[in-house]
Design a protein around this ligand. Structure first.
Ligand SMILES: [Zn+2]
Length: 453
């Protein structure tokens, strides 16, 4: 046995999980399942404010809503943290496809976030299909120049954890446009990063690589991608693309922060958060209205049960996760400047579905400290503590060495609705949403009580 393992073991024996913990776990669960208003909070956010891309009027309204909702948790202090965010606007968009000598027909599509438009013109060009970057590399320049590259990469359905499939496919959305532009392509169409058996297009951020010409990029749903693929195996295909999207000036926005001061170690901070901005389609219900209301629910539950945390607990509704991460960066910068000591950062941004586990991105010693309590979570259906997961909003804190954790809900339905018009309130189940808040509050309780060395 290694010495460090022995030390952990001794530490664990010295601090046994008390029967009291399992009682507190039960009280947390009862409080949330019976008295939480987080589902109603989510309804208000989704139905009155709707989607809220960074820089938009709705995002501004969401900040005001968030500040009010945060105050209602009973937090000791609520404040807004300024952050300048990009403001991307979609505008009118239309894509028509023609197969062989047929007629142009409009198909469902969404421009990718941050994309440039077609200068208000209708661009007509032949489509060239590739299934991978390697295939694109092998094509001679003359087969790409002036054409529209169709990245026909399928979301791999063989990954049981769909986040793995997303991680595998997302490079075609984020880097595909610049890689195709480098070879002279005029625009890009991608098969949506989607597990869905449908024709729903999924948006999401693209990142233009510096010094590479920015070209328009759009996503089509799986059915349209199948039809296009089938046609291109037999004949030529053409697109008419008109998009008016553009990046505007930066806009002043805010992270919304609420805090309950610790009684013994107020300088030790546990932060939990999700993101308040969403894409400009649907209602940002699973991504990530759910995470926002769950994070606030952690504070409300501590207040409602009269649990005084030993460490300070902070809930943050981060701004601009989707197309810039400016909120997460601003929070980490401010923490560094103020010399704050974060002992754990937790993110909930994987949908409001049934919680299955808690991802841990930290040293093995710290992982063991949390895993020691895993049996306490079993009655609540939370059993998976094996994945190395945090979250994007808290990732800038990771660079400062802060241990990270992330709520891991069941992932099977997330990538059917992620970044689509179907990410609406009706697709969040109230029990599943609350169970996520239960697991998060239980985790925060444990770390606030026992610390994380
Ligand atoms: Zn998200």
């Amino acid at each position: 046995m290694k010495i460090c393992r022995l030390i952990i073991l001794l530490l664990i024996i010295a601090v046994p999980a008390k029967a009291q913990d399992s009682l507190i776990f039960r009280r947390i669960s009862d409080e949330i399942m019976l008295r939480s208003n987080c589902y109603e909070n989510l309804r208000t956010l989704c139905k009155t404010i709707k989607n809220r891309i960074s820089g938009s009027v709705q995002a501004e309204k969401a900040v005001i809503w968030g500040q009010k909702a945060m105050a209602q948790t009973g937090a000791d202090r609520v404040w807004l943290q300024p952050v300048d965010v990009p403001h991307w606007v979609r505008g009118y968009e239309n894509l028509k496809l023609r197969y062989g000598n047929g007629k142009f027909k409009t198909v469902k599509m969404l421009s990718l976030g941050n994309s440039v438009g077609t200068d208000g013109q209708v661009w007509e060009a032949e489509i060239v299909m590739v299934h991978s970057f390697d295939e694109l590399k092998q094509l001679p320049d003359e087969q790409i120049k002036g054409k529209i590259v169709f990245f026909n990469y399928r979301f791999r359905q063989d990954f049981v954890n769909t986040f793995q499939g997303y991680g595998d496919a997302v490079k075609y959305r984020s880097n595909g446009p610049s890689i195709a532009a480098r070879r002279g392509a005029r625009a890009v169409i991608i098969r949506s990063i989607s597990t869905g058996v449908d024709d729903v297009p999924h948006t999401g951020a693209l990142h233009y690589i510096d010094t590479i010409k920015a070209i328009p990029a759009v996503a089509v749903g799986n059915y349209t991608a199948d039809t296009l693929e089938n046609a291109l195996s037999k004949m030529k295909a053409y697109a008419q693309l008109e998009t008016h999207c553009k990046m505007m000036e930066n806009v002043r926005s805010y992270n919304v922060i609420g805090e309950i001061k610790g009684t013994e170690h107020p300088e030790r901070i546990i932060v939990i958060g999700g993101h308040l901005d969403s894409w400009d389609v649907g209602e940002g219900a699973n991504d990530d209205g759910s995470g926002c209301v769950q994070s606030m629910e952690v504070l409300r539950t501590f207040t409602a049960l009269g649990i005084k945390p030993k460490c300070t607990i902070r809930a943050v509704l981060f701004m601009n996760e989707e197309n810039g991460l400016k909120g997460g960066i601003a929070y980490a910068d401010s923490a560094k400047k103020a010399n704050e000591h974060h002992i754990l950062a937790i993110e909930t941004d994987a949908g409001g579905f049934t919680p299955r586990g808690i991802g841990l991105e930290m040293s093995d010693e710290r992982k063991e400290q949390i895993r020691y309590f895993r049996k306490l979570f079993f009655p609540y259906g939370v059993y998976d503590f094996e994945h190395e997961e945090g979250g994007s909003d808290i990732s800038p804190l990771k660079k400062q060495g802060v241990p990270m954790a992330g709520l891991l809900p069941d992932s099977q339905r997330y990538f059917e609705i992620h970044h689509t018009n179907n990410d609406v309130f009706e697709n969040v189940n109230h029990r599943e949403l609350k169970l996520g808040a239960v697991a998060l509050t239980q985790l925060v309780y444990l770390v606030s009580y026992y610390g994380l060395k």
